[in-house]
Ligand binder design. Structure first.
Ligand code: M6R
Length: 363
């Protein structure tokens, strides 16, 4: 039931703080201030983590690569399932393979999992559907508790995947001896801040709705980000193209001069994920480059960032200033709201976009 919401997607965007909190509850031990171990999953001896998924699930994996490498010093590789399964991947002794899927039924992801199982790897399924084929066949199940996701465009399943992955990265950091007690406590505090931060981010709804009117007239929208915000830029672009049919591309901000800046001219919209973090100065310089070529720039940033970008960008969407995964996930809320409101302004079928199915069970 949609309740008072116009679309399932809108409802699912707004229920994220709640379902993310529920998902965190499956991983975080708040009494001991740590992340619970999962039966059979031991990152201490892992030589490498392979993450495989399709679409939005693969982007969640790409975000997690930054976390597993930074927090747990665990070499991580992320693949799109349809490429992975046909490229005869080379495995290493000690590889752990993690498959991300909302449905647990996506054909390519499932076949990639079967391939890894046959090769003798430990397989972990990060799935939202508890009784799915992937959940049944994997050695270990890591749940997301988003509840049924009806909108074809994934929103709450994505943020629950991110929440679970953030927990698993901390768990890996503990098991691999890279986190002392104080850092674990700090990570747990950051994780527990996620739902509150996402609720705050949802307050940008009205502002985004207003900005979406202009954006819905764009023919091209570029999304730029650095570090963990790079895969989020890819996800933002995917969300917009899926439901508004506007041509959108996500790029690492540092790649601008290697090609995409050729697209930028008067009338092109650029959405920049620009939190005021250690890379802010670099992101700001990317903004200057696209502004100099006439782009219309929307920055997703916090108060400090908005102040520093005053006069340079057309508008800043104000997000809370949080740390780590919480900050990233407030950007997730913003890119979802942008796609949603642009699509509503365009009058497209938000929950059932053309040509797309909720679950891709045939290749
Ligand atoms: O059920 P899955 O998570 O395996 O689905 C993967 C993709 O098909 C899915 O994320 C797709 O990209 C969505 N339409 C994204 O909004």
């Amino acid at each position: 039931e949609k309740g008072s919401y116009r679309h399932f997607m809108e409802k699912e965007i707004h229920e994220q703080p709640e379902v993310v909190a529920r998902t965190l509850g499956a991983y975080v031990d708040q009494v001991e201030n740590t992340i619970r171990a999962r039966d059979g999953l031991d990152f201490s001896k892992a030589s490498r983590l392979l993450i495989v998924g399709c679409g939005t699930a693969a982007y969640a994996g790409e975000v997690a690569e930054y976390w597993f490498e930074r927090i747990a010093r665990l070499p991580t590789e992320v693949d799109i399932a349809s490429e992975f399964r046909y490229r005869d991947p080379a495995f290493l002794e000690g590889d752990v393979a993690l498959f991300i899927s909302q449905s647990g039924e996506t054909a390519d992801t499932l076949e990639a999992m079967r391939l890894c199982k046959a090769a003798g790897l430990i397989t972990v399924a990060l799935v939202n559907t508890a009784h799915s084929t992937m959940a049944r066949e994997a050695d270990i199940v890591a749940p997301t508790l988003a509840g049924p996701e009806i909108g074809v465009a994934s929103t709450k399943a994505f943020s629950c995947q991110l929440a679970a992955l953030a927990c698993l990265a901390v768990r890996a950091g503990i098991e691999r001896g890279h986190l002392d007690t104080a850092s674990v406590t700090d990570h747990v505090a950051q994780l527990m801040a996620i739902p509150g931060t996402m609720s705050e981010a949802l307050r940008a709804d009205g502002q985004i709705d207003q900005l979406a009117r202009d954006l819905s007239r764009s023919e091209i929208v570029l999304y730029l980000g650095r570090d963990q915000y790079f895969p989020m830029a890819l996800e933002g672009a995917l969300k917009l193209k899926e439901i508004s049919y506007i041509h959108a591309e996500g790029y690492a901000a540092g790649e601008l001069k290697h090609g995409p800046i050729a697209l930028v001219e008067e009338g092109v919209s650029v959405i920049v994920l620009a939190p005021s973090d250690s890379l802010f100065a670099k992101t700001r310089s990317s903004i200057e480059q696209v502004r100099a070529r006439g782009a219309h720039v929307l920055a997703l940033t916090d108060e400090a960032g908005a102040e520093a970008l005053e006069g340079l960008v057309q508008a800043s969407i104000l997000l809370p200033a949080a740390r780590g995964a919480a900050n990233l996930m407030s950007a997730a809320v913003a890119v979802q709201l942008i796609a949603y409101h642009v699509a509503v302004h365009k009058g497209t079928d938000v929950d059932q976009p053309r040509n797309l199915a909720k679950s891709v069970t045939v290749e």
